[in-house]
Design a protein around this ligand. Structure first.
Ligand code: PLP
Length: 286
């Protein structure tokens, strides 16, 4: 048996997400982020996507038994300090994961509700949305939706629950419908000058909010921003930081990865007419 008395253990983060072979989003972005923030990443694949920096061409969900077997094998082997959930690709996966979280209730969970890719491809199937909201969201320590995701989730819980997807100031009474404990609403799609996110804490019991601001950067290569922020938060939670501090550190990290993204890209093929390209962030900026 291997044993090393000088061993220091790294905070371990279990990532559950899709595979984006271009490396910008999903498991590859999550793994880079976790290691860049000093953690150790393990990953469970929910789907193989066919995509490049121009968009998603196809999605193939991993069969739920195989999905569950990946979770079981890792949990039998490693004590995780945090879990980060990104893209899920079937109702069955949502249910398997919900059972897994119920058995591992003490580990902080960051749930990024990846519903649609920024290139417009639906990633979570419609028939999984209700179970996602009712079974998964209440088990998360933190939900990290952007404004269009909050709109979809709220309208699913109550059709008259309309929100303006450009405005961050959503009432606590509305957000309570989501049955989540803490929600970080990301203001990337808002009309504000600053990159402003709002953390709504202890929503169901003692609601209060805190705002996080960063300068808004004009960047072409911003694919996987949501994955990166959620994974960085999970890593800082794995280190035992409080939720506000984990968010603050993750936002600072994200700012650095965005600031230098356009200067750190691969040598691309020429872009077909009418196409746009959004590459990866610079995960090892520091
Ligand atoms: N996770 C995976 C596996 C994806 O393929 C995508 C988008 O294609 C995302 C997450 C979301 O990334 P983004 O919001 O940058 O499109």
């Amino acid at each position: 048996m291997y044993s090393n008395s000088d061993q220091t253990t790294l905070p371990s983060v279990l990532v559950i997400a899709g595979f984006d072979p271009s490396g910008g989003a999903g498991l590859l972005a999550d793994t880079k982020t976790i290691h860049a923030n000093g953690g150790y990443a393990c990953s469970v694949m929910s789907a193989i996507t066919v995509q490049n920096t121009q968009g998603v061409q196809a999605v193939e969900a991993v069969e739920s038994k195989l999905f569950g077997a990946q979770l079981k094998a890792l949990a039998e082997d490693i004590q995780f300090d945090a879990i980060k959930i990104g893209m899920l690709a079937s109702l069955e996966q949502v249910q398997v994961l919900s059972e897994f979280l119920a058995q591992n209730a003490k580990i902080p969970v960051v749930l990024d509700p990846v519903l649609v890719s920024s290139s417009g491809r639906k990633l979570l199937p419609d028939n999984a949305l209700t179970s996602f909201i009712e079974d998964l969201m209440p088990k998360a320590t933190l939900l990290t939706p952007n404004l269009p995701e909050v709109k979809t989730l709220l309208e699913q819980t109550k059709p008259s629950n309309h929100v303006n997807p450009e405005k961050l100031d959503i009432s606590v009474d509305r957000l309570k419908w989501l049955k989540a404990t803490n929600i970080l609403i990301k203001g990337g799609h808002s009309t504000e000058d600053k990159a402003k996110d709002i953390l709504f804490s202890e929503l169901q019991t003692r609601p209060h909010s805190q705002t996080f601001c960063a300068p808004r950067l004009k960047v072409t290569h911003n694919h996987g921003t949501g994955c990166t922020l959620a994974s960085a938060i999970a890593t800082h939670l794995a280190y035992g930081k409080t939720l506000p501090l984990a968010i603050q550190h993750a936002k600072e990290y994200l700012h650095h990865t965005l600031q230098t993204a356009d200067l750190n890209q691969p040598n691309y093929q020429s872009l077909p007419a009418g196409k746009t390209r959004h590459g990866s962030l610079n995960h090892f900026a520091n």
